[in-house]
Design a protein around this ligand. Structure first.
Ligand SMILES: Nc1ncnc2c1ncn2[C@@H]1O[C@H](COP(=O)(O)OP(=O)(O)OP(=O)(O)O)[C@@H](O)[C@H]1O
Length: 219
């Protein structure tokens, strides 16, 4: 069982204060849904936590010990799927799997996933947006990191892939804590155990779609 606590993160871009005060705590077994309108700071929050963008202030604890953000990647605390493509365009799916997973069992799980088995000979550039997303999520999910952050994993997925991915992420969450930000809020709410809306730079814990209305995320 692992616990990740983010205390009071803040970030401004020049005079624009995007995040003023956002905190949360997640544990193995949790799926945290992260919502907010376009430009509210969701992707920024994930980048600050991963360490590929510098926060103005941030405090993170892992299992009650404060950690440095610079430790997140080398110590394999959190894996992160960014919104934009990050895998080499000309590399084939079958060659990418062993780049991320040296264990035979993990490789086989990914190779023999029914959706991925049909694309192993294709290069990343030849996958559709939905095929690429599905592959990236599965690739990241089998990493050993106790926490996983997914930026828009459901974007452009066909309904069948989306349903499969929800089942898959629910099973992955038994072994790790997951943070998902996605505007497909109904899909996220279906599998999440906690939900946070970022509005005016602050985090608001919510429970229902009614709360999303109150925070002007939906009508
Ligand atoms: N590197 C940067 N330099 C300047 N401003 C930035 C930078 N990155 C993000 N921003 C600004 O910070 C704000 C938050 O951006 P962010 O991408 O985190 O929003 P988001 O909530 O993920 O939005 P969306 O739902 O559209 O993906 C936006 O106004 C954006 O323009």
């Amino acid at each position: 069982m692992a616990t990740l606590v983010l205390h009071h993160v803040s970030k401004s871009f020049k005079k624009k204060e995007v995040l003023k005060d956002v905190s949360f705590q997640i544990e193995t077994g949790d799926i945290l849904g992260l919502f907010g309108r376009n430009g509210s700071g969701k992707s920024t929050l994930l980048k600050l936590l991963f360490g590929n963008m510098k926060a103005d202030s941030i405090k993170v604890s892992m299992n009650s010990n404060e950690i440095k953000i610079s430790e997140v990647i080398p110590k394999q605390f959190i894996s992160y799927l960014p919104q934009d493509p990050f895998l080499p365009a000309h590399a084939k799916v079958r060659d990418i799997i062993p780049m991320f997973h040296s264990g035979e069992a993990e490789q086989d799980r990914i190779f023999y996933d029914p959706q991925i088995a049909t694309m192993t000979n294709k290069s990343m550039k030849d996958l559709s947006h939905g095929e690429r997303k599905y592959f990236e999520v599965v690739l990241m999910s089998y990493l050993p990191h106790p926490f996983l952050m997914l930026d828009e994993p459901f974007s452009m997925l066909e309904p069948l892939h989306k349903e499969r991915l929800k089942l898959f992420l629910t099973s992955v969450s038994k072994l790790k804590g997951i943070i998902i930000t996605d505007h497909y809020y109904n899909d996220v709410l279906e599998i999440s155990s906690q939900n946070l809306v970022i509005k005016d730079g602050k985090g608001h814990l919510i429970k229902t779609t009614e709360d999303l209305k109150k925070l002007n995320y939906i009508l």
